[in-house]
Design a protein. Structure first.
Length: 51
């Protein structure tokens, strides 16, 4: 069984304007996971830390 990496992860919810758009994303070790570069234009409104 492969070893699992335990990463600090956060779930973010944010928006951008114009045009208005909302998006949620996950960050692990301070990096967005699987997101295109244009998601850097979103402003974080809510961050949910790990349990």
């Amino acid at each position: 069984m492969p070893a699992r990496r335990h990463l600090a992860h956060l779930v973010h919810r944010g928006v951008r304007t114009p045009p208005f758009a909302a998006h949620a994303w996950v960050e692990a070790d301070g990096q967005r996971v699987g997101e295109p570069h244009d998601t850097a234009t979103y402003r974080t409104l809510l961050t949910v830390p790990p349990h």
